[in-house]
Design a binder for this molecule. Sequence first.
Ligand code: SF4
Length: 248
Amino acid sequence: MSVKSTIEWTDATWNPIRGCVKVSPGCKNCYAERFAQRFRGVRGHPFEQGFDLRLVPEKLREPLRWLTPRMIFVNSMSDLFQEGVPISYIGDVGRVMEEANWHVYQVLTKRHTRMKELISGPLAWLGELPNVWFGVSVEDRKYGLPRIKALLETPACVRFLSVEPLLEDLGTLDLSGIDWVIVGGESGPKARPMEEKWVLSLLGQCRQFGVPFFFKQWGGVRKHETGRRLRGKTYGEFPTTHKWKNPN
Ligand code: SF4
């Protein structure tokens, strides 16, 4: 996928894996699936195989060629920790993040159990890299809260939540040990609604715990019309953690 990203909380996307399998309600209207399936069967297209899982080793070294430091969303069109991705390949991805350490990498997953197991075990060195941020998607209480728990038990330097698409009020969260919270509503033709009071609750809890808050979008069918202002203000905060130090 493209080097430059239109996603508000990152600079670039890097997809050394393509394709994924749906695991929870947040996946229902998956953008990546919609995009990939359009090109199934188109010979020579990167998504010729649609949304089927595929490793893309020729993309592995891409960040090493990007000399300007960037925040890079890892696998925006997939999920690094899904079962079909061999541990050795996750390690290959990690080695590039270790080598091209002038970038920050944002690794977001819904496979929290495997992430925790690997970062606590065979890939523990990956959790020690200060320029690799690990995050989980949180769309509701049933699926999201266990992911937060697993993330807190994952020995990572920087941990974040992507609360998108926010589908219900999440109640009271434990944000101690969380370094960043992104919140957003669903966008696209079948977008499910998000209520302002759910967002305000998360903002209040972030303020209580001193956690940077990034409000990405209201979403909806025409997300450019609904924008990303919350009560007249734009929230675009990032982790201020001392654990991450840009070598440049
Ligand atoms: S985990 Fe992410 S990429 Fe995979 S199906 Fe769900 S929303 Fe799509």
